[in-house]
Write a protein that binds this ligand. Structure first.
Ligand code: KIV
Length: 301
């Protein structure tokens, strides 16, 4: 199996030399300062080392180690099953692959619902053990006190309002939010409460474009949209939807830029066929002995 080769861009395991360009590391305050700059915040999820490297190379600002890993990597029907140790492990792998982007780890369901001290302990584990540079949690006014406690503890927080995958049971499914005036006002109040609590940015998921645009105008922190139209300060999608490695129906906003599933399927079918037909391995793919072996070399073994 190939071992991870060192990428040509600077890595974190040795001092930088004068020849190496120092990448402009993205930080939570840096993302916060993008508001009003006109520079869109480029975000995408990743859950492992190779994906993180490629996302970094493509120039993204934010990598979210999303709890969507439960669906797209682990095959669960919802995000509710993913655990804190699984999120820590994925965040560690992403950190090894990502130099420049801000690495944000999702707080999994149940990890910020019990008490303030439990929330702090869990977020600290994502930062200390996983290497996360910020955490994200779902919910508005009901979570604002947790957000404030985390910020107080020097953990930057990205909020998340609108369609909340962790609330499928209370909401009765994956529901677009803000379609009525009353609900749009609720969303604005939720987003404002996160801003007041100290969140550096907020994800708006599954919100009508006109409502998301107005919320974006009203907030002093950047909004990052997913299914929320072009009026947000940044955009995010789930990596596996972008590259075509997810199965089943995808939401209308999940634009696909490649068909990696097809590339993998074809490569694996060709490999299997080569094994079946004896075409793999070839002589050049084998090791040779250093000295000629006598015909009975195995007799005395
Ligand atoms: O887990 C995730 O992928 C997310 C994005 C959809 C924002 O929370």
């Amino acid at each position: 199996m190939a071992s991870p080769s060192k990428k040509p861009s600077p890595d974190r395991t040795r001092p930088r030399t004068s020849e190496e360009p120092v990448p402009s590391k993205i930080t939570a305050p840096g993302i916060r300062a993008r508001k009003g700059s006109g520079r869109k915040i480029l975000s995408v999820t990743a859950y492992d080392y190779p994906s993180a490297r490629l996302v970094d190379e493509a120039g993204f600002d934010v990598i979210l180690v999303g709890d969507s890993m439960a669906n797209v990597v682990l095959g669960h029907a919802s995000t509710l099953k993913i655990t804190l140790p699984q999120m820590i492990s994925a965040t560690r792998a992403v950190k090894r692959g990502a130099d420049r982007p801000l690495v944000v780890a999702d707080m999994p369901f149940g990890s910020y619902h019990v008490s303030r001290s439990d929330t702090l302990r869990n977020a600290l584990r994502l930062v200390r053990e996983g290497g996360a540079e910020a955490v994200k949690l779902e919910g508005g006014r009901s979570r604002a006190d947790m957000v404030a406690a985390l910020v107080q503890a020097d953990i930057p927080v990205m909020g998340h309002v609108g369609l909340l995958p962790q609330s499928i049971h209370t909401r009765g499914g994956y529901k677009v939010r803000g379609r009525t005036m009353e609900d749009a006002r609720e969303l604005l109040a939720d987003a404002r409460s996160l801003e007041a609590a100290g969140a550096f940015a907020v994800v708006l998921e599954g919100v009508p474009a006109a409502v998301a645009e107005r919320i974006s105008q009203r907030l002093k922190i950047p909004t990052i949209g997913i299914g929320a139209g072009a009026g947000c300060d940044g955009q995010i999608l789930v990596l596996h939807d972008v590259i075509g490695l997810s199965f089943g129906p995808t939401p209308r906003f999940a634009r696909r830029y490649a068909n990696v599933a097809e590339v993998m399927r074809e490569a694996l079918q060709r490999f299997a066929e080569d094994i079946r037909k004896g075409r793999f391995p070839a002589e050049s793919e084998t090791y040779q002995v250093e000295e000629a072996l006598p015909a009975d070399w195995d007799r005395s073994a």
